[in-house]
Design a protein around this ligand. Structure first.
Ligand SMILES: Nc1ncnc2c1ncn2[C@@H]1O[C@H](COP(=O)(O)OP(=O)(O)OP(=O)(O)O)[C@@H](O)[C@H]1O
Ligand SMILES: [Mg+2]
Length: 334
């Protein structure tokens, strides 16, 4: 697996790794990587017809920070607000966003109800051409395109970061996660250099501005915040404030650690959906208000519209027993 990845990236190991002891450093072979500089990426975007929808990219080179969880909740919240949403999962192995949205369709069918939905797909070919085709096939006239990137640098990763009108980077409240944005002096607390992801974003944003492609609104949001870690979170917040000035990002309130944000995944639901389902447990007000605050922080201007999108997936006719069994399983999971 590692060898395959190295081949794909043309990585030449010359460092003191178990693969190649005694060398001095790692380099990346120019063959695979030389075209991946920000200028070429942005030039490629400029050469294509401009996309109409507002592009929201969830990206962080750090894995497991909640990109897909937030992408799913934001997609559902935008659909609830009556917006036409296209959601594209860039992670061809995990497919979390795609699975959540597929389960959502299954839930709507099994309960015989209409749910606000998005058009969605996994990006099969990790290329700009394929991405544009997929967006245009699913809805070039959509209000929003939500892109959920896998948690590692790659050519397509850089492209979806470059394409973002709004770039959302979830992080855990941890100095390990801040390190990817930028490094701070541990004594003075002063930002010293960009981290790997911070550098990528900064280079792509600069290149976009040089090509009159507009400013990427970069929003970093803490996720899985636990109230018990107050003192530590205070230190992380202070560091994050400093990094936000150094690297020009906004800080969103983010989400706390809540079972409510993961318990309904198998059903493709969020707590925003529960009052659309007859006979369901009361939705958790706190998780709904966190999502509302997140949407407000993103500055997406989504005042509620008439639920036009609910009509996208009309209620299916379903056997009473099927509906009851499904509702019982759903109730048991909350
Ligand atoms: N706010 C939250 N509260 C509780 N659990 C959460 C929250 N956010 C994410 N999780 C859980 O954290 C784990 C990682 O989340 P997720 O898969 O969304 O991260 P990711 O950044 O998309 O990961 P990857 O880099 O692998 O794509 C999952 O088990 C998810 O259910
Ligand atoms: Mg993910």
């Amino acid at each position: 697996m590692i060898d395959r990845a190295k081949q794909a990236w043309g990585i030449v190991l010359t460092g003191n790794s178990p693969d190649n002891r005694g060398g001095a450093r790692s380099t990346i072979a120019p063959r695979a990587f030389e075209d991946e500089v920000p200028r070429n990426i942005v030039t490629e975007i400029v050469s294509r017809p401009r996309l109409h929808p507002h592009i929201i990219t969830f990206a962080n080179e750090k894995g497991g920070v909640g990109k897909s969880t937030l992408a799913f909740h934001v997609t559902v919240a935008l659909a609830h607000a009556g917006r036409k949403v296209v959601a594209i999962d860039l992670d061809r192995r995990q497919r979390t966003l795609e699975r959540g949205l597929t389960y959502r369709g299954g839930t709507a069918s099994n309960l015989g109800i209409a749910l606000p939905c998005a058009q969605y797909a996994v990006l099969d070919q990790p290329s700009t051409a394929s991405l544009y085709q997929t967006i245009n096939r699913l809805g070039g006239d959509a209000d929003f395109v939500v892109l959920d990137a896998a948690g590692a640098d790659s050519p397509i990763f850089r492209r979806v970061v470059a394409l973002a009108d709004t770039l959302i980077t979830p992080i855990n409240a941890s100095f390990l996660d801040l390190e990817l944005l930028g490094r701070l002096n541990p004594v003075s607390g002063i930002p010293e250099s960009a981290g790997c992801f911070g550098q990528t974003v900064s280079d792509l944003r600069r290149e976009k501005l040089a090509h009159q492609l507009g400013r990427t609104d970069w929003v970093v949001v803490k996720n899985r915040v636990r109230s018990a870690e107050k003192r530590h979170i205070g230190r992380v917040d202070q560091a994050l404030e400093r990094l936000s000035v150094a690297h020009d990002f906004r800080i969103g309130q983010g989400l706390s650690e809540r079972v409510a944000f993961r318990e309904l995944f198998q059903f493709g639901l969020t707590h925003l959906d529960l009052d659309l389902i007859p006979g369901m447990t009361q939705p958790q007000a706190s998780s709904r208000s966190e999502i509302a605050a997140l949407i407000a922080d993103l500055g997406l201007q989504v005042e509620p519209r008439v639920r036009a999108s609910a009509a996208q997936r009309p209620a299916a006719r379903v056997l009473k027993q099927t509906r009851e069994n499904f509702r019982a399983a759903l109730n048991a999971s909350i």
